[in-house]
Design a protein around this ligand. Structure first.
Ligand code: BGC
Length: 705
């Protein structure tokens, strides 16, 4: 535990390089206009499409170098195509960090800053000017193969993590890319889906994380593969110009997701700035050059399209960096060990203990039998977010280090072996990947092994690796302990091991609800009737042009995640925000601190509230205090409560910490689809403070005037 605390403080104290944009966006636009005057029409047309798959276009002879961009959400996917793991040279190493959903499970924005900063430094080392992440699509549907790249179901949690992540990354001079804009919640035939979403859900659920990225100054945004309300996001004026730049106030450059535009006229007039990767756009009949020649669009439309790309690169000094040959900063290699600390800490704080009958932590003198998957391989997700990493610490390596001869392994044990073991650790889960929607149920053989283990031995601990929720209803209450450890990164299993042996006290919380049955989910109809998920994997998703689309109706509107299950009174397996510790915490003495008319919130005065968090157990630990707000008599559909603030606090045994929050009028607002504005009704509200969405310790009424 001491190690956990020491590393929390070490991380807080770590020095950071602060790189700011070299000028305002407006100043950069003026400079971009000068450059535009020097370009021929042909050169301008070249600037509309990407170069060599992963480069922004350029005109090197006119001082505009090609800028290297790479993925993304779990670290830097550097040169993977050129080297296998063993060949990766020191200067090409990049850390395989824990999956983004594990970062969300830490509920710790300070750690998100460190994570973003570390990834930004590794991008500088790899010569990448722009990282194609963070991903921030809200988790609506447990079967989405990319949930591991995102930050869970709650807009406030996602926004809190994103703000600090983007700030951390861009402070290194690496540009972030907020993706995928917008309403990209399924990987099922991902280039064919049309998300039908109402305005309130767009504003209250799907855009707050993007808004947080914009507030943090994110330099670039990527549109998505899907249609939103009938328009491809990569060529929709509503999506790019009206919503992203208008309502949300984005200033910077927008790029398409890879091969996701279909009509150049719409693209040019939508506010889109760059077709990526560009060269493969064989399915588009009319090219920009044809459209200019035919007078369908003008040269000034092309200028408008490419100006933000040039202005953004100027604003952040990317052209200067590349032109002076300074894009590779190998001095940052020295930071790799510090990045491993961030990666370890994310896994330590993001592993969620869902059940424990007291079996955990284990003494290393105990004999354990380890069974199941990934004993010799660090589990990871697939697709663009997959980072190779280096120096992987597998479960076998880390457990043998601590348990020595007391640990034995059997990937496929017999019932007899399971019965005879003192303690069984059963490792299971799913491999989730981009462009694949996967069933809620685990593969049959994996499910069978977990059931056999828990039925054969009451001392079975289940360790799950997955990017999303899985069906655990048949056995979750039969195992002795249950740890959810996502995709933990190249050294994350060391953290998982340290939790198992009590060197680290778990403090992760679920960033999403785990349902008892997928039929309970609002997204149950996300796959068209008649399609079999098991047969839909792979190639059909990847065809570049599709003559048909299918609709995904977001009929639940704003009732995503716990908002849905609470409103519909559906019992879940594990609620949002839930996670256990080896110690216990008591939350009490909640009070309103504001003076005067204390319980009234008006424009000038936020409400100040406080609660005491006491560690009532024997071990130091961290608790996430969660503040929700509820409107008592709403005039429109509102969730029972909405998360508005999180605070992670470390408390020593027997000690207490007072946590204070400020609640302002914005936290009480809903998006009014009549006035198209954030609106706060006057009237009665409640602040609810707890340690999960289902464990509320205090309810404080207040009034908005
Ligand atoms: C993914 C993006 C990714 C891009 C480049 C696409 O298939 O959807 O998230 O950034 O590829 O790798």
């Amino acid at each position: 535990m001491k190690r956990l605390l020491v590393s929390i403080f070490a991380l807080m104290a770590a020095s950071v390089v602060i790189a700011q944009p070299v000028m305002s966006y407006e100043q950069a636009e003026v400079k971009a206009n000068e450059i535009l005057k020097s370009l021929t029409l042909e050169e301008k047309l070249m600037m509309t499409q990407g170069h060599n798959r992963f480069f922004f276009p350029g005109v090197p002879e006119k001082g505009l170098p090609y800028i290297y961009t790479t993925d993304a959400s779990m670290g830097v996917k550097n040169k993977q195509r050129l080297h296998n793991d063993a060949e990766i040279k020191l200067a090409e190493r990049t850390t395989q960090f824990p999956a983004f959903i594990m970062l969300a499970a830490t509920f710790n924005p300070d750690l998100a800053y460190k994570y973003g900063h570390a990834v930004g430094e590794e991008a500088r080392m790899a010569g990448a000017g722009v990282i194609l992440g963070p991903g921030m699509n809200i988790y609506r549907n447990a079967r989405c193969g990319r949930n591991f790249e995102y930050l869970g179901e709650d807009p406030h949690l996602a926004a809190s993590i994103i703000y600090d992540y983007v700030t951390g990354m861009q402070s290194t001079g690496t540009l972030a890319c907020a993706k995928h804009f917008l309403c990209n919640q399924t990987e099922f035939y991902r280039r064919r889906s049309n998300s039908i979403v109402d305005e309130r859900a767009i504003m209250e659920i799907y855009t707050p994380a993007f808004k947080a990225a914009i507030d943090a100054g994110v330099a670039t945004v990527m549109t998505a593969y899907n249609q939103l309300n009938g328009e491809w996001t990569g060529q929709s004026k509503y999506v790019i110009t009206d919503l992203l730049r208008g309502t949300l106030g984005f200033k910077g450059m927008v790029m398409s997701d890879w091969n996701s535009i279909y009509d150049w006229k719409d693209v040019i007039l939508s506010g889109q700035n760059l077709d990526m990767p560009g060269e493969n756009a064989f399915y588009i009949k009319k090219k920009p050059a044809d459209l200019v020649a035919e007078g369908v669009v003008t040269e000034s439309d092309i200028d408008n399209m490419i100006r933000p790309t040039i202005a953004t690169c100027i604003r952040w000094g990317l052209y200067d960096r590349y032109n002076s040959g300074n894009q590779y900063d190998y001095s940052l290699e020295a930071k790799l060990p510090a990045h491993l600390d961030v990666s370890y800490q994310t896994a330590a704080e993001g592993t969620v203990l869902l059940r424990n009958n007291g079996i955990l932590p284990l003494a290393t003198s105990q004999k354990i039998l380890v069974v199941g998957k990934w004993l010799d391989k660090v589990p990871h997700g697939g697709g663009a977010a997959r980072v190779t990493g280096y120096d992987h610490k597998t479960l076998k390596m880390v457990l043998s280090e601590s348990f020595g001869a007391n640990v034995t392994y059997a990937a496929k044990p017999t019932a007899d072996m399971l019965k005879k073991a003192d303690v069984v650790l059963c490792v299971t889960g799913t491999f989730d990947s981009e462009s694949t929607e996967r069933p809620f149920e685990m593969e049959r053989k994996d499910e069978a092994l977990v059931r056999l283990a828990v039925e054969s031995n009451p001392n079975t601990i289940v360790l799950v690796h997955s990017g999303s929720a899985i069906n655990m209803t048949a056995w979750a209450d039969k195992c002795a302990a249950l740890l959810y450890a996502w995709y933990p990164g190249q050294n994350g299993l060391q953290a998982v091991r340290d939790i198992i042996i009590g060197k680290v006290n778990p403090s992760g919380k679920l960033p999403m609800t785990i349902e008892r049955d997928f039929a309970d989910s609002p997204a149950v109809n996300s796959v068209p009737v008649g399609f079999d998920l098991n047969k839909a994997k792979g190639n059909p998703n990847e065809k570049a042009f599709h003559p048909w689309t299918y609709d995904v109706h977001y009929d639940e509107s704003i009732l995503v995640g716990y908002r849905w299950y609470e409103k519909k009174n559906i019992k879940t397996l594990f609620p949002f925000g839930y996670g256990l510790s080896y110690t216990t915490f008591a939350l009490d003495k909640a009070k309103v601190l504001s003076k005067g008319k204390v319980k009234v919130l008006n424009d000038e005065k936020p409400l100040k509230v406080a609660i005491e968090v006491t560690n009532t157990g024997n071990m130091a630990g961290a608790e996430v205090v969660q503040l929700y707000v509820a409107e008592k008599k709403p005039t429109v559909l509102r969730p029972n409560k909405e998360l508005k603030s999180i605070r992670k606090v470390v408390v020593e045994p027997g000690k207490k910490v007072v946590v204070t929050f400020e609640v302002d009028k914005n936290m009480c607002a809903f998006w009014c689809d009549k006035s198209h504005k954030w609106t706060t009704n006057a009237g009665e509200y409640e602040v609810l403070i707890g340690t999960s969405s289902a464990d509320i310790a205090a309810v404080l009424p207040f009034v908005v005037e």
